[in-house]
Design a protein around this ligand. Structure first.
Ligand code: ZN
Length: 136
């Protein structure tokens, strides 16, 4: 039997709200990745939020805009926490995040060798060489 509906409510609201949440998360993930790609030395959650506001992605620069998303990106293996530093805003010791560079072909972590951009940060040294050789 059909569930009785309260007048003025939409039974689909809950799922709609959930999918909005997931779209918002995806959008934040992309914003964080874009910001971190501009700061290869890494940023703290607060610094990322400040950058989000600067770029017009958010109305405020609250740490919470990025901090929960950073934890999720950390679990997904997309970002790395490379150490800690003293936050210039709160004075607390906080994590510094960078993008994790993994090879698009084999998935192995790309080391520092690509800092000069020769490999465009896309492939590991072995895959890059293999691709070069197969093109000859
Ligand atoms: Zn590779």
């Amino acid at each position: 039997m059909l569930e009785e509906r309260l007048v003025g409510t939409n039974p689909l609201m809950e799922t709609r709200r959930e999918s909005h949440e997931s779209i918002n998360k995806q959008r934040r993930y992309l914003q964080i990745q874009e910001i971190l790609s501009d700061y290869p030395n890494g940023l703290t959650a607060k610094e990322i939020s400040v950058e989000m506001k600067k770029r017009g992605y958010a109305a405020t620069d609250e740490r919470n805009l990025s901090a929960p998303r950073l934890n999720e990106l950390l679990k997904l293996g997309i970002v790395d926490c490379i150490g800690k530093k003293k936050c210039q805003y709160s004075g607390k010791s906080v994590g510094v995040f960078t993008l994790r560079h993994v090879c698009e072909l084999c998935g192995q972590e790309i080391g520092d060798f690509n800092d000069n951009g020769i490999y465009e940060g896309k492939y590991c040294e072995e895959c890059f060489k293999e691709a070069q050789e197969s093109r000859l």
